[in-house]
Design a protein around this ligand. Structure first.
Ligand SMILES: O=C(O)CCC(=O)C(=O)O
Ligand SMILES: [Fe+2]
Length: 324
């Protein structure tokens, strides 16, 4: 089945919107830091519309679709803010919209942050930044296309879900997604990609991890009918003289680029992507720097934090740090 047929669009109905409005109102009185919110996020999530949560859980269990887009979510005060030009501090009071997004994602996993990215904040800002304009494969660059990748692919156990909350998108691209199309991909290519022959390195924003996971890895694993991907188009290379592996990386990139799905996004939309099966990228764009540029929030989740307990890192308050 093609990716376009595996995108579930779930619009909130009137009753659900009213419940979310109440959630936002209650959350707007909370003056707490991000770690303090995370401490009570389970309780807060109980106030979310229950049918919405069960639909999200069915999706996260793998029963329906590879991408879920939540639509018609009311926005609180965040829509009135101007698009930030710099990253906010790591000690901040999440707004009601931040809290809603955290609560939604918490219902299908554990949100995590990286100490090496945006000061360890769980909720990352994705917007254009002047001084990063030219940096390829960076969420704040915009001059170049962002190559297809699964999020945090440099890590041997990448997050299960990658998600984006759209604050605004007056200008700039929607989301670009691509997955393996089993009907058209060459079996020999899949076999090549299953060899542990690849070095999957971080993009610039996670450069602090570079070299910490030197072992060669496969790009494709998992069952034949449900292949999982760990790929970073900008920074996945074959080892040394392995010409077949080098060719396979190129062919995978071509395959993904011929199976693109462009997803429109509007303020309040939450898009949740199965990060083991679907890659994402982004077209270049030309921001105006008028306070109204494209602004998204990003959050990744794990189904179990045990996956990331390892000799290479520590995890405290859901923030993953390299061990030194
Ligand atoms: O800007 C986007 O649409 C996605 C950027 C991205 O891949 C990321 O932030 O991980
Ligand atoms: Fe990404």
């Amino acid at each position: 089945m093609r990716l376009a047929e595996q995108i579930i669009v779930r619009a909130l109905d009137q009753d659900e919107r009213a419940e979310v409005q109440t959630f936002l109102q209650d959350a707007s009185h909370l003056r707490k830091t991000e770690p303090e919110i995370v401490d009570i996020i389970g309780e807060l999530s109980c106030a979310l519309p229950s049918r919405l949560v069960s639909d999200m859980r069915r999706f996260s269990a793998g029963g329906a679709g590879l991408v879920m887009k939540l639509k018609n979510i009311p926005q609180g005060g965040i829509g009135d803010l101007t698009t930030p030009e710099t990253f906010g501090p790591s000690h901040y009071h999440p707004s009601e919209d931040h809290i809603l997004y955290l609560a939604l994602m918490n219902s299908i996993g554990y949100p995590v942050g990286w100490s090496t990215q945006q000061g360890g904040r769980l909720l990352n800002d994705i917007m254009p930044m002047h001084h990063r304009a030219d940096i390829a494969n960076s969420s704040n660059g915009y001059v170049h296309d962002f190559s297809f990748h699964t999020e945090d692919a440099f890590h041997p156990k990448p997050p299960d879900f990658f998600s984006l909350y759209c604050v605004r998108r007056s200008t700039g691209p929607g989301l670009t997604l691509a997955a393996i199309d089993l009907d058209t991909i060459d079996e020999a290519l899949i076999a090549e990609l299953r060899r542990p022959a690849y070095q999957i390195r971080p993009n610039p924003s996670q450069a602090a991890w570079d070299g910490l996971f030197p072992m060669l890895a496969p790009i494709v694993t998992g069952p034949i009918e449900r292949p999982t991907l760990r790929f970073n188009g900008g920074n996945a290379t074959a080892c040394g003289t392995d010409k077949e592996a080098a060719l396979a990386v190129e062919q995978l990139d071509i395959h993904l680029n011929t199976n693109i799905v462009k997803l429109d996004i509007e303020p309040g939309d939450v898009t949740i992507v199965d990060n083991q099966r679907v890659t994402h990228g982004r077209d270049s764009y030309a921001p105006q720097f008028d306070g109204r540029d494209r602004w998204l929030l990003r959050l990744v989740t794990y189904e179990s934090l045990r996956l990331v307990w390892s000799d290479y890192q520590t995890v405290a308050n859901r923030v993953i740090s390299p061990r030194n």
